[in-house]
Design a protein around this ligand. Sequence first.
Ligand code: ATP
Ligand code: MG
Length: 749
Amino acid sequence: MGKRKDFLRTIVEEDIKSGECKEVVTRFPPEPNGFPHIGHAKSIAINFGIARDYNGHCNLRMDDTNPTKEDTKYVEALKDAVEWLGFTWKNDVCFTSDYFPKIYDYAIELIKMGKAYVDSLPEDEIREYRGTVTEAGKRSKYAARSVEENLDLFERMKNGEFKDGEHILRAKIDMSAANMKMRDPLMYRIRHAEHFRTGNEWAVYPMYDFAHCLSDYIEGVSHSICTLEFENNRDIYNWVLETLGLTPERPYQHEFARLGINYTVMSKRKLLELVEGGQVDGWDDPRLPTIAGYKRRGYTPESILAFCDSVGIAKANSMVDVSQLEFCIRDDLNPKVPRVMCVLDPLKITLVNYEGNEEIETSYYPHDVPKEGSRKLPFSSEIYIERDDFMQNPPKDYFRLTPEQSVRLKGAYIITCKEVIKDASGNVIEIKAEYSKESKSGSDTSGIKVKSAIHWVDANAAIKVEVRLYDRLFSVEIPEGVADLNANSLTVIKDAYIEPAVINEKPDERFQFERQGYFYADPIDYTDAKPVFNKIVGLKGSWDKKKTKTETVPKTRAKKEQVDGEVVAMSDAQTALFTKYTQELKLNSEVANTLARDSQLSAFYEEALSEINSPVSLANIVTNEVARELKQMQISELKFSTSQISQLVKIIDDGTISNKIAKQVFEEMVKSGENPNKIVEDKGLIQISDPVIISAIIDEVMAKNPDNVEKFKAGNIKLLGFFVGQVLKSTGGKANPQVVNQLVAQKLK
Ligand code: ATP
Ligand code: MG
């Protein structure tokens, strides 16, 4: 292996050395109630990876003890994911449901030993009797039932003679145990539901704590590796196996930290919500952190495994920056894939002095990629370039095509703008240019100096393709749910133009589109008649910068912008604006930078500012919301006015609506041009700040989530966020987050 050893491998090696472990057997035990996500990939990499490294084997086991949520389509997705990541399981896929008869027999054994009893307390009393972290629990009076009575009741539970929840089988351990999980944990519950494999054969189903350790034992697992939230369950795991005398050669549980990534959610329940709510296009939507999603987007299994490896295996939960994953996919694709040219937003160039056509032989790979292969680039007098590679009134240090500045068409000739043609409303629709015959790439004797080379395609030979650009699914770093979705996570470009070799020669499925990023031929929608490409990832991200440490921008100074890898400084006028924004108006440097560099945005901002004196709130709306619209149109085309934006800021500032709702109102303004006050009134979006109303909602949420209330009270303070999120959700984002936070904290104390 050669690499640093993680703590799990250290344990495994010790167990082999001491002779305690004869064969390393692990298992990956998902519940088939959703598609696997990248957190599961980490678990797969660990369990299958350890088995492989120590010549053992890993079972793929479906933990199917909850009949109401499971389905074979999830089983298939789980198998796909493991195989796609390059692992194989020994024997057939295992199912906990295959062990139901054995697990049932073990339960009978515990009853006969006096170590388990049928309890008939209602659910809320069971909870009450459990006590708290500081108070011991109280045992149910039913714990005194005789072995015979317990056996009889349990058999009748199994046969379906009772209703759900009427009785429950509990282990008899210790109602005053410091570990609350040990206070007579639940082992079997009644569930009248059809199971996707066992049908209606069983009316009782084992709980995780009982089924998991026994399934591990039955399969001969040596190392049962799970995530940290099961730490307190380890005592039950051991108790069950030891009480039943299933020793030695028994499995031991070890815990590691869950993987979390920012800007996404990572629980099957939340993912299911997005899928069922139609916010995404199925479980394999390329924006989802599911394995199926990454696969469809174009990620490689190698990149996912490299990412899991780079995250490491730790004992403390942490949040990983999504840019780390993006780094891994770039790093994997960079030495592998062909470079080709595709224009996403075409601007036509007519070369007035070029006649006929030619084909330019060009390598698919740059010099530093040790791969061979080339294609012919068609070239004629009609070319498309990217619209933003031309500017009529460029800022200083814009290095691409302008009326005064020539540019090189990558791999071909240098061109010079001669005439700018516009439509009636002033949009540039075509450039008439001249090419320099002597400037051909590789044999340039023209002596013309250019500052950059841009990508292009031949307008006549290029093929129209659809390109799907993906952005983060959520716009906040730690999203709570649907309200935090990024409205612009998907952009579909229907008429991008790509060089013909990509479609006709198909040199690969993954490409680097020069200067744009890495792309993948969509495995489902792509046809030769209608090619579709998914953007996998852009060319450079913040993680690369972190790694190479080239970026050393002091926070207080104007941030530099990069164009074609060149740093672009601010003009004097822009610097003056930046200084005014940061020093007088107290905007942060990021926001000030965005405004100062964009004359349309700053013009909009200044005008709105003359109507409302709230520089910071206004700047936030302008640089986020308004900026997005101005990317697609001119100020004059916007449906909303500066005074409507200042009205919007006003009702945010005075607490009428929350920031979250403001986004919703803005979306409406974009569509209808309606006044924000009217939208708020019509849709009933006024923020709820009344503590009485919010209290009532919190009470409802607490009543619905007694387990989490208990967990919180037992010390899991991370659940504060959960409760706040639930309350916000149940008010459609209308509750005042500050009030909610305060009240939730008070109530949970
Ligand atoms: P979710 O909360 O997403 O539904 P889960 O833990 O309920 O996840 P299971 O299907 O029960 O999902 O998990 C299968 C295995 O994958 C378990 O061993 C679990 O610990 C592991 N696993 C699940 N999520 C993560 C994660 N984010 N990071 C690492 N391992 C994970
Ligand atoms: Mg689960």
